[in-house]
Design a protein around this ligand. Structure first.
Ligand code: SAM
Ligand code: SF4
Length: 511
């Protein structure tokens, strides 16, 4: 979902450099911020960041990817560890959960071993992602005397519900993402000695707002403006796991943005599964485009991003806002899923190939060049060679700056489950590779055209190699660059691109 361009800065340290740990769970990734892809090992630290759209490589302190040391430490009574899987929305939910816990006097620790409370914030968008959490939970079987309180949060919690207690009897809390507002009550029940507590309603009209959110990135703040999803794409579990759409009032969004600006954040990323379907609940409330403009006008805010946009609700007003307000980032993540109208219909995506390409034309008609990224699913039930060819020709027509491509994964409670899973995994893999190869060629050509251009970059990572830094442009491109200066983290500087790879640019600071 969210787009970013790739990173590959394995040797980076510091406030991030969104690396793509995320990719671990994705079948493909060519560029882009991942969203629900990966694992974001948690202990969120101030200057190391996420795993999803980019994750600041979080060198997990946890023993070998979820494994336990042979003798787990008992941990203090009020300590917690949280590991996040999945999209930026999950990453941000974990920040809010951490805020709730810190507000109750808990201290965040960086290993399972050191924690009394261990939370997994889960993703079930594809089967591989959902399996990961059960493998984490399985580790506790080897340590029956661990003495910890284990909680499963998020989409797998919602999907599996109380069955998690059957599969992993050592779990004490199961709470779906639509019920996070109940978390303080659930925690109080655990503290009172309850062995099993659940929050699994999806019919709430509340959004998850907390007094305190513990943000991991010192420069960019995530802010959810709409939760849940009212679309019904036939392959997708999100409406089931996150419940119906609920928008936050523009007044409360703005109040939080002002606080964030006051705390030193200069970049805001507005989040929602379909962020541009935002409907201000206030009477005569703001449209999404109006909200973007108002957020961008808050003193101290230099960049405003938003993800993910649904093509059906993407209109001219958003392009006009980006055109007229420089603080609105010149990047749109607009997932298409398939280039074939026949498949799109079967996916219940509510637009045709032609209608989608009209939206791309609208974006390309802007006065400012706007980078566009997308998500694609290959191997949807009944997808033919001809459909794949249409997806390839759509890549040529759209000229994306990044694409996340995924192999179709049948999910529980979705309409497409009834369609079977007609494309063998091997064939899905072949189609995925074809899509990736074509998109790679497109990105190589597009990025080469950028060599020689100058970008304003927000520096968010430093390499171990002296004088090497990384940052992102407004268009969400990653620039790895050299500079003789020190203390660049968090600064906006000018960088000239001197070289290109499919997923990033290299450059040098203009001094
Ligand atoms: N709301 C966004 C939209 O409509 O484009 C997408 C959000 S979804 C969490 C992120 C991406 O995961 C989707 O764009 C889709 O490409 C992919 N995805 C969702 N369900 C999937 C499935 N069952 N199999 C494979 N990929 C899937
Ligand atoms: Fe899933 Fe479709 Fe909603 Fe996106 S719009 S979250 S793909 S149901």
């Amino acid at each position: 979902m969210p787009p970013s361009f790739d990173v590959r800065l394995d040797d980076l340290t510091g406030a991030r450099a969104e690396s793509r740990e995320a990719a671990q769970d994705s079948d493909s990734i060519l560029a882009g911020p991942p969203s629900e892809l990966g694992v974001n090992k948690s202990p969120t630290r101030q200057n190391q960041r996420y795993g999803d759209d980019a994750s600041p490589t979080r060198q997990s302190q946890h023993h070998g990817d979820g494994a336990w040391s042979t003798h787990p430490l008992p941990g203090d009574e009020r300590t917690f560890y949280i590991e996040t899987f999945g999209c930026q929305m999950n990453v941000h939910d974990s920040e809010k959960v951490a805020g709730v816990l810190l507000g109750r006097g808990y201290q965040q620790v960086e290993t399972v071993d050191a924690a009394k409370l261990v939370f997994y914030n889960t993703c079930s968008i594809r089967e591989k992602a959902a399996q990961k959490v059960f493998s984490r939970l399985g580790e506790f079987r080897k340590h029956p005397d661990h003495g910890k309180v284990i909680g499963v949060l998020g989409c797998v919690a919602q999907q599996e519900g109380e069955e998690i207690f059957e599969r992993a009897p050592w779990v004490s809390l199961v709470c779906g993402s639509a019920s996070y507002s109940k978390l303080p009550t659930l925690l109080a029940q655990l503290e009172a000695g309850n062995r099993r507590v659940t929050g699994l309603d999806t019919d709430t009209d509340e959004t998850f707002e907390t007094e305190m959110t513990r943000r991991d990135n010192p420069f960019r703040a995530y802010l959810t403006i709409i939760e849940g999803c009212d679309k019904s794409c036939s392959y997708c579990v999100v409406p089931y796991t996150r419940g119906p759409e609920r928008s936050r009032s523009s007044a409360s969004v703005l109040e939080e943005v002002r606080k964030l600006a006051g705390a030193g954040y200069s970049e805001i990323q507005l989040l929602g599964q379909t962020v541009n379907s935002y409907r201000d609940p206030a009477p005569r409330g703001k449209t999404f485009a109006e909200l973007l403009v108002t957020v961008a006008a808050v003193p101290g805010i230099r960049r405003v991003r938003f993800t993910t946009s649904h093509p059906r609700d993407f209109g001219r007003d958003i392009v006009e806002a980006i055109d007229s307000v420089p603080a609105l980032c010149d990047h749109v993540h607009l997932p298409v899923q398939s280039g074939s109208t026949r498949v799109l219909r079967s996916m219940q995506r509510t637009y045709t190939r032609e209608e989608y390409l009209d939206k791309i034309a609208l974006i390309r008609s802007a006065r400012r060049p706007i980078s566009v990224t997308s998500d694609i699913i290959v191997g949807f039930p009944g997808e033919t060679e001809r459909d794949v060819a249409e997806t390839l020709s759509l890549l040529d027509a759209a000229q994306y700056d990044g694409v996340f491509a995924f192999q179709y994964s049948p999910r529980p409670n979705t309409a497409s489950l009834q369609m079977g899973d007609s494309i063998p995994e091997e064939e899905k893999g072949r189609r995925l590779a074809i899509v990736q190869d074509r998109q790679r060629e497109i990105q190589v050509a597009r990025n080469n055209e950028l060599v020689g251009q100058t970008f304003e970059v927000l520096v968010d990572g430093a390499s171990r190699r002296p004088g090497q830094w990384t940052g992102r442009s407004s268009s969400n491109r990653i620039l790895n660059f050299s500079s003789p200066r020190s203390d660049l983290l968090g600064q906006y500087i000018q960088v000239r691109a001197t070289g290109a790879s499919p997923n990033s640019l290299v450059g040098e600071q203009i001094i």
